[in-house]
Design a protein. Structure first.
Length: 95
């Protein structure tokens, strides 16, 4: 068991990562991050279109289905929002 690596690693050069492999790894990570961010960008575009005619912060509360986004944008974590509830998170900012 101790020498099981010897089937794959013969010398120091076997442990080196080539420039091409490193580059491919970074590109793969960048592409994955881009893929993961797409839903957030779409959500931001929808939100932007829904609030483009808003004149005051209080008017934001009248728009349905954006309270969670407002709470998150205010920097309130999900854990805290569970304890305060949506109304508790919002009321403290607008009272």
């Amino acid at each position: 068991m101790i020498n099981a690596y010897s089937n794959h690693i013969k010398n120091f050069d076997d442990l080196k990562t080539t420039y091409e492999e490193t580059r491919a790894g970074f590109i793969e990570i960048a592409l994955e991050k881009n893929r993961q961010v797409i839903p957030f960008i779409e959500e931001a575009r929808v939100l932007q279109s829904r609030i483009k005619n808003i004149q005051t912060p209080l008017e934001l509360l009248s728009i349905e289905n954006i309270r969670l986004g407002l709470i998150s944008a205010a920097g309130i974590s999900e854990k805290v929002s569970v304890h305060l509830g949506q109304d508790g998170c919002i009321s403290d900012f607008f009272s």
